[in-house]
Ligand binder design. Structure first.
Ligand SMILES: [Zn+2]
Length: 303
């Protein structure tokens, strides 16, 4: 019996030492929300904008695809092209979605979607480079995928989707606009949708005077957790609700049963004008959205 005391003491000591070890390693590991770099996201947007207008089927959007694929593979993602042809008001157009999963994922199903559209709207009368609309969310998602790539346990639960053909040639309808997300949703079907517990769509997230305006049809629990994430990072005042409904790439995803929230700043004075250029966006705004998204993923969505 006497020998029990030192043994118990040593065990206790070991437990204590290992707990201190866990605490120390936790403290030394940077928080994922602090790893996101608005500057790096902005540099991606600059590269995309440098390709010029990037409408579906153009040489410039093919260059964008090459750039996105290259950046994703550098941070450990495997990209597949989901190509298809659809009828548009301008005849048949070939579109390509880029879908990425993390290398360590194996055959296990991913459970959360992160999306952006990377096409720019077709305008005949002026040069439209879509720094904010098409550019900002794609740059943000590339930087977020780099950060997630450093956390394979989180990345393994994620699927990335870069949608082509978000923009309508004329007006959003069953047959115009959301080409990429409609096709993605159709291929997945409501059966395939079950593997995803949710998704975030990023769109127009770089406005230098940022206020994220969540559409009123946002899944309530997700909106609540996004607001809570913003609150935790002392960024709550940059997030609010939009005063009206909004059709975007989240619409077809919600329709097949993937609760998807559109993280968008729809209050953008240069929307669909020649002035949607680099000087209207900045790294700080990308940093705000990126860090809140990273916090939301690690503390809520993927817990
Ligand atoms: Zn647009």
């Amino acid at each position: 019996m006497k020998r029990m005391y030192p043994t118990a003491f040593v065990s206790l000591l070991l437990v204590f030492v290992s707990m201190v070890g866990v605490e120390a390693s936790r403290a030394s590991q940077p928080k994922i929300s602090e790893e996101f770099s608005g500057e790096k996201a902005l540099a991606h947007v600059q590269r995309l904008v440098d390709f010029g207008p990037r409408p579906p089927g153009s040489e410039a959007i093919e260059k964008s695809r090459g750039y996105i694929e290259n950046q994703l593979s550098l941070s450990g993602w495997q990209v597949t092209r989901q190509a298809f042809t659809d009828d548009t008001p301008r005849g048949k157009v070939r579109f390509v979605n880029l879908i990425a999963r993390f290398r360590a994922q194996g055959s296990g199903a991913s459970s959360f979607l992160l999306c952006s559209h990377y096409d720019t709207k077709t305008f005949d009368s002026f040069r439209f480079v879509g720094a904010n609309d098409g550019g900002s969310s794609t740059g943000l998602l590339l930087e977020l995928s780099r950060v997630l790539g450093r956390h394979p346990d989180l990345a393994a639960k994620i699927e990335l989707a870069f949608f082509d053909g978000e923009e309508a040639y004329e007006h959003f309808s069953e047959k115009d606009g959301l080409y990429g997300s409609r096709y993605f949703a159709r291929k997945l079907g409501s059966g395939g949708a079950k593997q995803f517990r949710g998704g975030i769509l990023f769109d127009m997230v770089g406005d230098r005077s940022l206020t994220i305006t969540l559409p009123p049809d946002s899944p309530a629990e997700m909106a609540r957790d996004i607001f809570a994430s913003a609150e935790a990072l002392k960024l709550r005042s940059d997030f609010t609700y939009l005063g009206r409904e909004l059709i975007d790439d989240h619409t077809p995803l919600n329709a097949i049963g993937i609760p998807t929230i559109d993280v968008i700043d729809f209050d953008f004075a240069w929307w669909h004008t020649a002035d949607d250029t680099m000087d209207k966006i900045n790294a700080e705004s990308l940093q705000i959205v990126g860090s809140v998204a990273a916090y939301y993923l690690s503390e809520f969505a993927l817990k």
